[in-house]
Design a protein around this ligand. Structure first.
Ligand SMILES: [Mg+2]
Length: 372
């Protein structure tokens, strides 16, 4: 079945709230600059994919690469030969660091297409359902402590199963935020504290982690050190302050192997877009299962297509032990897909119907599409 057309839309999706990353000093992000892939075969069957990347802000650059490097090579190819097409994309991108984001967008589109071709949802292509819905955590932004405490309370009231916040600012600010949030939500809910590589040495990280762990029950410290500092992460684990999660250190299956080999993490944070697709993320989950390491699926604030992919993986993956962070569509002022992403009482549900089960809202697509 020949691929006849592939449209790549550069989209700018306005956020409900500006995102301040405490660690990069970058200007607040008020919109996500992502890409949407629409792949159509000769019989008119479509598949949708999403280029999702928040940091660095290269979503539009990846749209250019998709149009100029990948689309011309995929046109006329047989859409049923998914492994060959992914190998071709890998060859074209030749190990470029951002390659998995593009690979993932096309893989999602091709799996959506495959599901639609056969009239089955993507979760069936992944082996079937292990559960009906995916428990979610809620992420709160860096704001004054009382606002963060209120946001955490609202998250729990909405049914979310865990609370995540960013740390890595001045320690006094982090302590005040964690203290306020912990007091607001009580001891029953452990906090996920994400440092985004902020601490510059093992002693600095250790000092901050001890101070924060004294304020709250900590589920884990996420990426306390630079992504390449696996030895430092191992040393922090040995101090047993709280579990250590690898995020930036771990994108692909090969990274998962390196993190595991270095004994650098107690928990993995996996992303479909960073792994290189739904199947690649599932492979990391399988690898982690073999090692007895818990994993979650994290969020790049994916829009409706990327989150639909997460929902299908989430109901199919055998080892889901901790709430995922795939609440991306709630970050935007509008939904890009129909039906709207179903997040209820802290659970993400896959849409019914074949493939991912979602179609583009053409009005929102037109509104968000920019000439990049
Ligand atoms: Mg993180």
């Amino acid at each position: 079945m020949k691929i006849e057309r592939i449209d790549v839309y550069a989209v700018r999706g306005p956020r409900r709230e500006a995102v301040r990353s405490g660690t990069t000093g970058a200007t607040p992000v008020t919109a996500s600059e992502f890409g949407v892939i629409r792949l159509v075969t000769a019989d008119g069957c479509e598949g949708l994919g999403e280029i999702s990347i928040t940091y660095p802000r290269i979503g539009f650059t990846l749209c250019h690469a998709a149009r100029r490097l990948i689309v011309p090579r995929l046109l006329g190819q047989d859409a049923t030969r998914l492994p060959e097409l992914l190998a071709l994309i890998d060859t074209i991108l030749a190990g470029e660091l951002s390659a998995p984001y593009l690979r993932a967008a096309f893989e999602i589109a091709l799996l959506d297409w495959t599901g639609r071709q056969h009239g089955v949802p993507v979760w069936r292509l992944l082996g079937g359902k292990a559960r009906e819905r995916v428990p979610l955590a809620w992420g709160i932004y860096q704001n004054p402590p009382d606002e963060m405490a209120r946001a955490a309370e609202e998250g729990l009231a909405a049914g979310f199963h865990a609370i995540k916040l960013k740390v890595g600012r001045a320690l006094a600010d982090d302590v005040a935020a964690v203290r306020a949030v912990a007091a607001a939500i009580g001891p029953g809910i452990p906090l996920r504290l994400d440092a985004n590589q902020a601490w510059t040495s093992v002693p600095a990280a250790s000092h901050a982690m001890r101070a924060l762990a004294a304020e709250a029950r900590v589920a884990w410290f996420e990426q306390p050190l630079a992504r390449t500092n696996l030895q430092g992460m191992r040393l922090l684990r040995q101090q047993a302050i709280a579990p250590v999660m690898a995020d930036e250190s771990l994108q692909t299956l090969h990274d998962a192997y390196e993190v595991a080999r270095a004994e650098a993490a107690d928990v993995f944070n996996v992303y479909i877009c960073e792994a290189g697709g739904i199947q690649a993320a599932a492979q990391i989950f399988a690898f982690a299962a073999a090692l007895g390491i818990p994993c979650i699926l994290g969020s790049q604030a994916e829009m409706g297509i990327g989150t639909a992919a997460a929902a299908h993986l989430g109901v199919a993956v055998p080892n889901l032990t901790e709430a995922w962070e795939t609440f991306g569509p709630l970050r935007y002022v509008k939904e890009l897909v129909r039906p709207a992403t179903r997040i209820e009482h802290g659970y993400l549900h896959p849409a019914g119907g074949p493939g991912l089960g979602v179609t583009l809202d053409e009005d929102v697509l037109a509104e968000w599409t920019v000439g990049e």
